[in-house]
Design a protein around this ligand. Structure first.
Ligand SMILES: Nc1ncnc2c1ncn2[C@@H]1O[C@H](COP(=O)(O)OP(=O)(O)OP(=O)(O)O)[C@@H](O)[C@H]1O
Length: 257
């Protein structure tokens, strides 16, 4: 569903992303983790087609970003950490706009269900500028979910959410993945995403320090009880020799550098 090969992105003379490769299939949830400035958002923005890659290839749902960007974008939703809403539109109008753009069938029941799920139904006529930080985040998630994209890119989606909102969001990601969506979720809140991620992309200074399954992460960095511990180990150390652990023969260790 997502195939990224040797992705590179340069800003001025700085390589924000430098040779990142990974693959994700339907139903997989990839936690994108790494220190501030590691390149997580840049990877997502390249994948979403918002900025062009400087080098490498990106393919989403069979569509190459260089050849079929429009088709690629139709199948993907990107929720940035500070969603750019339209000041002049209400909550309901945001959803209506997405519904029309993506020709969503059953728009009203779907929109109502999403607004109910994310506690926004009583704000349906509220202007975007009157929403709190967390409400803006929830509205952006509702807009993304409305057209059932094959790929969801969620950049720090828990920022500003209250505990019930975080719980709802994580449950919804799990449900979407179970229904076949491929999800990438960047977060610094490692214990919170641990329960939903099947894969991890650990980034540092533009490079992928690790890509693989949660199980591979533990095998590559043994002796680390939590994801957080394994993440720190992956950020700082090379993995133990692959031959020394019972690695699957699949592509799950791709991208380890
Ligand atoms: N528009 C831009 N122009 C120049 N440099 C940029 C731009 N956007 C990002 N960068 C640089 O690229 C690098 C990666 O930034 P990016 O936002 O991808 O990191 P991140 O891992 O998402 O960080 P954070 O966890 O703080 O959100 C950083 O060094 C950042 O300063």
């Amino acid at each position: 569903m997502i195939e990224v090969q040797h992705l590179r992105k340069i800003y001025d003379r700085h390589w924000a992303v430098d040779g990142v490769s990974f693959q994700l299939q339907k139903g997989q949830v990839c936690g994108v983790v790494g220190e501030n400035g590691a390149g997580k958002t840049t990877v997502m923005r390249c994948l979403a087609g918002l900025i062009p890659a400087s080098d490498g290839s990106i393919c989403v749902a069979g569509y190459d970003a260089k050849l079929d960007l429009i088709e690629l974008k139709r199948r993907l939703a990107y929720v940035p950490d500070d969603p750019p809403l339209f000041d002049d539109l209400t909550v309901g109008q945001h959803l209506e706009m997405i519904g029309r753009l993506y020709q969503v069938e059953d728009f009203y029941p779907k929109a109502t269900q999403l607004l109910t799920q994310f506690q926004l139904l009583d704000k349906v006529d509220a202007g975007a500028t009157t929403l709190s930080r967390g409400m803006r985040q929830k509205l952006a998630v509702c807009c993304a979910y409305l057209f059932d994209p094959a790929v969801l890119l969620l950049d720090e989606p828990m920022t500003g959410l209250d505990p019930p909102g975080i719980r709802e969001l994580l449950a919804s990601v799990r449900e979407r993945a179970q229904a076949g969506a491929t999800v990438m979720i960047s977060s610094h809140l490692l214990p919170m995403i641990e329960g939903i991620c099947t894969h991890y992309l650990v980034m540092k200074r533009g490079e992928a320090k690790f890509f693989g399954t949660a199980e591979d992460l533990r095998l590559a960095y043994p002796g680390n009880a939590s994801l957080e511990d394994a993440y720190f180990a992956a950020s700082e150390n090379e993995p133990i020799a692959v031959a020394a652990v019972a690695m699957p023969t699949s592509t799950t260790m791709e991208g380890v550098v």
